[in-house]
Structure formats: structure tokens, C-alpha cells
Design a protein around this ligand. Structure first.
Ligand code: DGJ
Length: 342
């Protein structure tokens, strides 16, 4: 074979390998499949650390905020009545994505502060279930989270504000919404621009829905105690076709229990419990997971329910379970699926 021919063949070979490599890369970038209950990595190959989280859609991108857990888990032995497993709080993490599959780490947007004089944000404290809303009137991003003492006795909500979805969020402090204790919590922004804070109160006996101020940073005194004495936590609220839905768990610490949902015609109205929406293997234990958020896909009549499968002895390795929500008229159905195509 002449040298020219050899060179041409080599060139062809290199071209073919490049094409294959770029096709595989493009295919990987286009994969829009969510595989539940695995340790998810961000686009840089690092573990996604965003537990008890929620998602905000803003200008074509999804922003996922969650609890950034420290890497060692320990049990707080002084708490005798339940298994108080803890990982130090690193703060609130943020990841962004255009497709809900490939996530870019945007940083810890509200970090814990080891040398802090502010006891709320010390790593030993509880910084859980962060949720963020965008306020059109002020142009600010408002973050609420559950702030607590390590033994969960304090029961407060904390608020922080940022100019960008990727922070940094400036902490404004903690308080009891409308004077009530607050533990698991979420936010919901209605189609009219009003926003609500929903949290477990009365030591997890009852849920509390509070209308927020116009700037979303405080409560207004307008509230409703709902599902009274039903002992629900891990609330996740969404709206579909004029009805409001609230998905929640029972209260068994980090251990799984049966989910339930309720429906209402207005957030401050009467919520009617409907029972467990889960179906498939382990539905009675919510697939060994606990609700944290329900995401409506932007501009679509499609919803994804987000759960955490807690690994109580290694909290940082708790996994994410994201499942499609389907509807039979107003009945909610969440069926186990290891893989979900978007
Ligand atoms: C259940 C809550 O839903 C979690 O967010 C966390 O606070 C654990 N309890 C702690 O046991």
C-alpha cells in the first residue's frame, strides 16, 4: 500500500472515531430519562447533594434547591423518644438544568456558617426543606426553609432573599409563622401571584397554610389550620384545573410510611383527604420514600412528584425518586417506575 493510501485510510479512521464519539456525546446530552433511586451525579461527575428540595422554573431553566448534607451521619443520643439521625448542615445547594436530567452545580447559595454568631445557620443546626419562589413585583428570589435546633425542638421558619436564582441568598432570620411552630414546610405561588407557606405545626399534629406578604418574605395574619390532628408532614402543593392538591407523608422520622393527598377549591378553604395516591410495589410505604415537591413541567399538563428515599444512617447517600403523576379525573395516581422518560 502506498503511503498516500495509508494516510487516507488513517484519516478516514480518525474521522469515523470522531463521528462516533460526537454522536455518543450528543446522544448522552439528549437522554431525557430519569432513573430513580440511584446516586445522581451533576454534569461534573459530583454527587448531587440536594435533599428535601424543590424546583423553581425561571427563564427557561429549572433551579433545584435542596439540603446540602455533611458527609458523616451521627445519632443525637440525648434524644431518647425517636431516632434523631443527623448530618451537619452545609447549607442550601442549588443546581440548574434545562432538561431536568443534566444538572449543573451552582453552588451553596445559603451556606451554613461554622464560626457564626447566628445560631440558625451553624452546621450543628437544622436547615431543611428549602423552597424558592420568584417575586415578579420585587424582582427578588425568596427562599424559605425549616430552621431548627439539632433536636428539632425549636420549630421555626427561616427566610433569605437573593437578586439571582443562583444567589447568594442573604439571610433575614427565623420566626414562627403567624406565631405557630413550624417544621416540614413548602411554598406555593398561585396563578394570581399570591404566595403561601405551608408547614407542619402543633408539633406535627396539623398543617398550617399562611398567605404571604406581597414581597413573600413574611406572613400576613391570614392563615388556615388544615388537616387538623391528621399528623401529616413533608407537604407538597400544586394546582391543576382549578383544584389544589396537597401530597404529604405521615410522621415517622426518617422511616417511610403511607403517603396521602388532599384536595381543595382554595388554599385557605376546606381540604378533603383522599387517601394514598401511590400504586405498585411498596405503595403502602410510599416506595420507601417521602414527598418533598410536585413540579409542573413548564407550560404543560404534566407533573412530576419528587420524593427522598432517606438513608437514615448515611443521610448524604439518600436517593431521589421522581415519578410521573397521573390523573383519573380528579383522582391522583403515582405509580412506581424505575425509569421515567421525559
Ligand atoms: C421527617 C421530615 O420529613 C424530614 O425532613 C426530617 O425532618 C426528618 N423527619 C427528621 O427525622
Amino acid at each position: 500500500m502506498g503511503n498516500n493510501r495509508k494516510l487516507r485510510l488513517l484519516g478516514l479512521g480518525v474521522f469515523a472515531v470522531c463521528m462516533l464519539w460526537s454522536c455518543t456525546k450528543r446522544q448522552a446530552a439528549m437522554t431525557t430519562e430519569i432513573v430513580s433511586d440511584e446516586l445522581w451525579k451533576d454534569v461534573d461527575g459530583q454527587l448531587i447533594n440536594a435533599h428535601g428540595g424543590g424546583i423553581l422554573h425561571y427563564k427557561g431553566r429549572y433551579y433545584w434547591y435542596g439540603e446540602c448534607k455533611g458527609d458523616s451521619t451521627y445519632r443525637l443520643e440525648r434524644v431518647k423518644s425517636w431516632e434523631c439521625w443527623r448530618a451537619d448542615a452545609k447549607g442550601v445547594s442549588c443546581y440548574s438544568s434545562a432538561d431536568l436530567v443534566h444538572w449543573k452545580f451552582e453552588g451553596i447559595v445559603l451556606p451554613s456558617v461554622p464560626q457564626d454568631s447566628l445560631p440558625d445557620l451553624h452546621p450543628s443546626q437544622i436547615m431543611e426543606r428549602p423552597k424558592v419562589l420568584y417575586n415578579e413585583k420585587t424582582g427578588k428570589f425568596v427562599l424559605w426553609l425549616h430552621i431548627d435546633s439539632p433536636d428539632y425542638e425549636k420549630g421555626m421558619a427561616g427566610v433569605a432573599v437573593a437578586d439571582k436564582p443562583t444567589g447568594p441568598f442573604v439571610y433575614r432570620g427565623s420566626f414562627k409563622p403567624n406565631g405557630f411552630d413550624c417544621r416540614d414546610q413548602t411554598l406555593f405561588k398561585d396563578t394570581d401571584g399570591r404566595a403561601y407557606h405551608i408547614c407542619a405545626t402543633d408539633w406535627n399534629e396539623t398543617l398550617l397554610v399562611s398567605l404571604l406578604t406581597d414581597d413573600y418574605t413574611g406572613t400576613t395574619g391570614v392563615y388556615k389550620r388544615i388537616l387538623v390532628h391528621e399528623k401529616r408532614e413533608a407537604p407538597a402543593v400544586f394546582k391543576r384545573k382549578g383544584k389544589y392538591y396537597l401530597l404529604s407523608s405521615g410522621c415517622t422520622g426518617w422511616d417511610p410510611n403511607e403517603a396521602s393527598y388532599a384536595v381543595a377549591d382554595s388554599l385557605l378553604g376546606t381540604w378533603v383527604a383522599q387517601g394514598n395516591p401511590c400504586s405498585g410495589p411498596n405503595a403502602k410505604k410510599t416506595f420507601y420514600a417521602q414527598s418533598t415537591f410536585v413540579l409542573q413541567l413548564e407550560g404543560e399538563d404534566r407533573y412530576i412528584a419528587l420524593f427522598d428515599r432517606w438513608n437514615k444512617k448515611n443521610l448524604i447517600h439518600s436517593t431521589y425518586i421522581w415519578l410521573p403523576v397521573s390523573f383519573e379525573k380528579e383522582k391522583l395516581v403515582i405509580t412506581w417506575k424505575k425509569r421515567m422518560m421525559l
